[in-house]
Design a protein around this ligand. Structure first.
Ligand code: SF4
Length: 449
């Protein structure tokens, strides 16, 4: 900059840290919103005594939380309430589940540093307030807020969202699954889903395979309805796909792949509820007459119909969506050319890996994996996780190249989020990828089949 300070006197450290905290508070707000809705959906499902798929996951969560109730529905309500109670605490009251979920030595250190977070939503508000005009100018103080927000986002927004989804939607099971643009079947009415809030789709995905919905599809010339996965919610549906084989065709791709998925012409609607529903898909949807429906206003797209998900009205909302999407199919399919790419992706990407499913696969103990690392057969494990981006060479270029380099050096890669969407579409999660690994890791993979 030309001047050492801004016009208010803030120096570069203050300005940069303030912008950073603003981004961290906003990001924390996103994933606390997701866990809040997930907990509410679990609670409402349990109150209506509807199907809860992950009974073992519920038992594990109750053990963690110290819930001794035996009735399934009551247990689920208590678990959801425990999460919600923490989220809604003021910032001067510490969240109680942090201690139960965090690694104990790390929790001790957090206590010593005074960074155990208060109520997650209040912490976000405090962070946002600090970023406004001429409030906080202490970079260290603002960075400490970032640490606190990181803890609440990690434990609640990520870990607990997954654990609650395991309870409500069913636990991941290790299996091979198709990925890439090949999963799109033009004989069906295809709905591309984008977002992060799988629990909002429960009623819709059940109703889409009902005889009534199939009759509606047939009346407009299709065989039925299919969900096509895109972004994190597609990845999550794929993870739990063993429970949804009838409705879910597979994960087509990550955030930036959404434009290509729509360009096949075989997607009739986008139902979105969160990021990453790219603004860039809007002109494509307009051009290809693809119906856009948004079920959470936080991610409202300019040209989407807003239909906020209301648990008590979910059945009618699902029926309305089915009728509107069928109407879109009827209006567009005979006028829009198909550009399918059936050779894109593969049919056997490994999915369904969770802490529980992996340990089960290893025979109920981590020892076989630890032994492989200790003996040098596997040099270590690296996480390549999170969003994909367009920097460093283009879409997925960095993450795919990095993964290839790591496995070549006998390092096992654990991946999640949109990074994995690219890595799997490029074939690095298929059994054939063993040939790209170093000799030791390759031998382990081949031994495991
Ligand atoms: S992993 Fe990142 S890019 Fe992908 S949907 Fe989630 S937030 Fe968006």
């Amino acid at each position: 900059p030309d001047a050492p300070r801004g016009i208010c006197g803030a120096n570069a450290d203050t300005i940069v840290t303030r912008n950073f905290l603003r981004a961290v508070a906003s990001g924390s707000g996103c994933y606390i919103h997701v866990v809040e809705n997930t907990a509410l959906n679990l609670k409402n499902t349990a109150l209506e005594k509807r199907d809860i798929k992950g009974l073992n996951a519920l038992d594990r969560i109750c053990k963690l939380f110290g819930i001794t109730e035996t009735d399934v529905s009551k247990k689920a309500v208590l678990a959801a309430d425990a999460v919600l109670a923490d989220l809604y605490k003021p910032d001067y009251e510490k969240m109680e589940l942090v201690k139960k979920l965090a690694y104990p030595p790390r929790y001790k250190r957090w206590e010593e540093l005074g960074i155990v977070p208060g109520g997650a939503k209040s912490e976000i508000v405090r962070g946002v307030v600090k970023c406004s005009t001429n409030l906080n100018s202490d970079p260290v103080d603002m960075l400490v807020d970032c640490l606190r927000l990181g803890i609440s986002t990690g434990i609640y927004g990520l870990t607990l969202t997954n654990l609650l989804n395991d309870v409500l939607l069913g636990e991941p099971e290790i299996r091979p699954a198709p990925v890439g643009l090949r999963v799109i079947n033009p004989d069906y009415i295809n709905i591309m889903i984008t977002g992060h809030q799988h629990s909002m789709f429960v009623d819709l995905q059940e109703r889409l395979v009902s005889p009534e919905a199939i009759a509606i599809a047939e009346s407009v010339g299709a065989k039925g309805f299919k969900l096509v996965g895109c972004t994190c919610v597609g990845q999550d549906l794929q993870l739990r796909g063993a429970h949804y084989t009838e409705i879910f065709d597979g994960h087509a791709g990550n955030n930036y792949t959404s434009e290509a998925i729509l360009s096949t012409g075989a997607i009739d609607a986008v139902v979105s509820e969160f990021n990453c529903t790219l603004p860039g898909i809007e002109p494509i949807c307009d051009e290809l007459k693809i119906k856009q429906i948004c079920i959470d206003s936080v991610a409202k797209k300019a040209n989407a119909e807003l239909k906020p998900f209301v648990f008590a009205q979910r059945e009618q909302q699902s029926i309305d969506i089915i009728n509107e999407v069928a109407a879109a199919y009827k209006a567009r399919r005979s006028t829009v050319p198909l550009n399918l790419l059936p050779e894109h992706g593969n049919d056997n990407s490994l999915t369904g890996v969770s802490e529980v499913s992996l340990k089960k696969f290893l025979g109920g103990s981590w020892k076989p994996l630890i032994d492989l690392i200790a003996s040098g057969q596997i040099k270590g494990i690296v996480g390549v996780v999170g969003c994909s981006s367009l920097v460093s060479g283009g879409h997925d270029v960095l993450t795919v190249a990095l993964t290839k380099e790591l496995i070549k050096r006998d390092i096992l890669v654990l991946t999640a989020g949109c990074s994995s969407g690219g890595i799997e579409n490029c074939g690095l999660m298929t059994p054939a990828a063993a040939d790209l690994a170093g000799p030791k890791l390759s031998a382990v993979c081949k031994q495991l089949g």
